[in-house]
Structure formats: C-alpha cells, structure tokens
Design a protein around this ligand. Structure first.
Ligand code: NAP
Length: 352
C-alpha cells in the first residue's frame, strides 16, 4: 500500500478515456481530490460514470474545460495540484490526416500541458502515459533490439508519418516530454510505457482502439482464422496501479515498460474458447502467415505490417516496472474473459 499525501488534489488529463477512467477510480478510492479537465464538461454522458465513482468513494472529483490543442487551457485545473497524470492523447488507428489527428494533439498537447506545469508552482511530479509504441513499432523490432528484447533503453526508430503514425505520435510526444522536463528541476517526470491495454471498461462508451481485437474475435470477422500477431498485453486495472505507484513512490525515475509476457492474437482467441467458444464465432485455427499476406489488401491491412508482425514473437523486459512500481500482473485469461464478458453484455458483437 502506497503512502499517499491526500491533502493536495491531483490532475488527470483525458479522464473520460478508457485508461484514465481506472486511474481516476483508484485515486478516488485512495481518498484524493481529482481535477479532471475534459474537452466539454457539459457533455455529462461522458463524465457521469466518473461522478458516480466519486459519489461511491472517499475522494472527490471536479471537472474543468481544456483541450490539448489550446495553450494554457490546463492551468486552471492544475492550480494547487501536486501531481499531474497526463494520459490524454488520441488512440485511434484509422485517421484521415495523421499530422492533424494524431501527431498534433499528442505532441502539442504534451507541450501545452507541460508548459502549464512549468507555470504551476504546486506540481512536483508528472506521470506520463506514454506507450510501448514509443519503444517499438512492429514485433520484428524486438529481434533487432539488443539481446532480442525491448527494454526502457530502446526508442522507436521505425514508425513515421506514413507507417504506423500512432506509434510515431507517441514517440515524438514522449521525447517532447523529456526535453521539457530536463530544462527545469522543480518537478520530475516519470513515464509509463504500457503495451496493448485490455480488460473491462469503466466508461460506458469506450472509443479506445483497445476494443478492436476482441470485437473482431467475437463478431465473426476472424471466424476462418486469427493471425498470430506478436503483442504484449497489460490489464487496464493493473495499469492504473502502475500509474499510482509512478506518481507517489518517492524513488521512481525514468521510463517503465508495463506489460505482461508476450502473447499473440490467436492465443487470445484460444484463451476465450472455454467460456465463450460455444456461443460466439471465435476462430479455432491460426491464419497462416502466407494467407494473411495474400488477403491483407482486401482487409485493409498493409502487407508490410503482416510481414513484420505475423508469427513473430513479442519480447520485452518488464523487470524494471515490476520492481520499481511493485507490480504483479493478473493472468491474461482473466483480463480477456472479463473484457469479453462485458463487451458481450453490451452487445458489442452484433455486426453492423
Ligand atoms: P481513449 O479511451 O481514446 O482516451 C483518450 C483520451 O484522450 C480521451 O479522454 C479523449 O477525450 C482525450 N483526448 C483526445 N484528444 C483530445 C484533445 N484534443 N483534447 C483533450 N483531450 C483529448 O484511449 P486510451 O486507450 O484510454 O488511451 C489513453 C492513453 O493511454 C493514451 O495516451 C494512449 O496513447 C495510452 N496508451 C493506450 C494503450 C491502449 O492499448 N489503450 C496502450 C498504451 C498507451 P474525449 O473523451 O473528449 O475524446
């Protein structure tokens, strides 16, 4: 159990999101006052679940208006806060204009939030939700990392505006954060680099890209076979604990890979068979790499992505995160079963 000073409020950007929802819950359960700057506080359908969480917890929540692209807009929400959790950043793969839709909100947003931190004397620490996407783009990058394993020393050098721009946005945003943090010494930056986040949503209308794989497994899109795309996965509830440890442990520093062991998309389908195989059209076979490569253009998938991810093991060293943040990871089967059950209950597998 962390020893948390509950007297000062803390600020969470992107509180309406999937990952941040669980962070806010953990903070409220710990008795903290959460300042939540959101794009439109009047849209109560996006914040009602947070208000309900606060009503049931010892902590409290206050909403403010701010936008990543609006310089100075986080200043009011940050007043008096000791810690800033910066999670807001678009996590979406299908974008029309990667610069406008991904890079600008990620990079300018990080700059704007941290410039407000520079102007707010009370802030002592920023816990930044970066990503393993700032470390690698494709599973093939693992083999090229020193020792064949991703570590906190590795930076993504393979994403670009034209290839996997989300990963590029996270890489540029984290670099921007380190540049700004290193120019001062009042506050310190602690970075969390999660792999793919799965597990149940706390928000009613999740838009995070996290829901795509299970949706395609449950709605029959992959009925004929699921590719073995090498990935890492972390449970969203474990990730919230990681954020609290990053914010309140005195001795933490630098980046932290936060992920369970490597897995792949077909293995996730197999883990779901016991509970859901009789009711949902889950894939029973792995899709051979050559066939996936052949079919890729019709499925809107880049063949380069197939070549660099299918049948390739994902390897990352999570030792630093486990030790420094005191983490232990729940079994992947529990994570995906809980998530799939909630999605099924919400009717997510009905084809539109
Ligand atoms: P999410 O549910 O889509 O949440 C994104 C949040 O960012 C939302 O609260 C969204 O606000 C906010 N946001 C987007 N553009 C904004 C803007 N211009 N101004 C203000 N707020 C804006 O995605 P998520 O999966 O929780 O991701 C949260 C963070 O975790 C991101 O930094 C993401 O890169 C990181 N991450 C996620 C994963 C994963 O697998 N999910 C893995 C690694 C890292 P609205 O509600 O107003 O849209």
């Amino acid at each position: 159990m962390l020893d948390i000073d509950r007297s000062a409020p803390v600020m969470v950007t992107g509180a309406t999101g999937y990952v941040a929802g669980w962070i806010v819950k953990a903070l409220l359960d710990a008795g903290l006052t959460v300042h939540a700057p959101v794009r439109d506080p009047a849209k109560t359908e996006k914040t009602a679940h947070l208000t309900a969480l606060a009503e049931a917890a010892p902590g409290d929540i206050r909403f403010f208006k701010a936008d990543l692209l609006d310089p100075g807009s986080y200043g009011e929400a940050m007043q008096g806060c000791s810690v800033v959790f910066h999670t807001a950043s678009p996590f979406t793969i299908n974008v029309q204009d990667p610069q406008r839709d991904l890079i600008d909100p990620a990079v300018k947003g990080t700059r704007n939030v941290l410039q407000d931190v520079n102007r707010t004397e009370s802030v002592r620490r920023v816990a930044l939700t970066s990503s393993c996407a700032a470390i690698y783009t494709d599973a093939a990058d693992c083999a090229n990392a020193p020792g064949g394993t991703l570590t906190e020393e590795v930076w993504n050098t393979t994403a670009s505006l034209d290839y996997q721009p989300y990963s590029y946005s996270k890489t540029l945003a984290e670099k921007e954060a380190w540049t700004i943090a290193e120019q001062q010494d009042r506050w310190d930056l602690v970075v969390i680099n999660p792999s793919l986040v799965l597990g149940p949503a706390i928000n009613d209308l999740p838009t995070s890209e996290s829901f795509r794989i299970l949706k395609m497994l449950g709605d029959g899109t992959m009925k004929a076979g699921a590719p073995r795309l090498g990935i890492g996965v972390v449970d969203v509830r474990d990730l919230a604990e990681a954020h609290l440890a990053a914010a309140f442990s005195p001795k933490v520093e630098g980046r932290h890979i936060v992920s369970g062991p490597g897995t792949n998309t077909f293995e996730i389908a197999q883990l779901l068979q016991d509970k859901f195989g009789a009711t949902y059209p889950l894939p029973k076979r792995a899709l051979p790499k050559w066939l996936f490569w052949l079919l890729a253009p019709t499925a809107g998938v880049d063949r380069k992505f197939v070549a660099r991810n299918a049948n390739i093991a994902w390897r990352a060293d999570n030792t630093k995160g486990r030790r420094a943040l005191g983490l232990s990871y729940r079994p992947l089967k529990e994570t995906v079963e809980d998530m799939f059950a909630q999605m099924a209950e919400r009717g997510a597998f009905t084809k539109t």
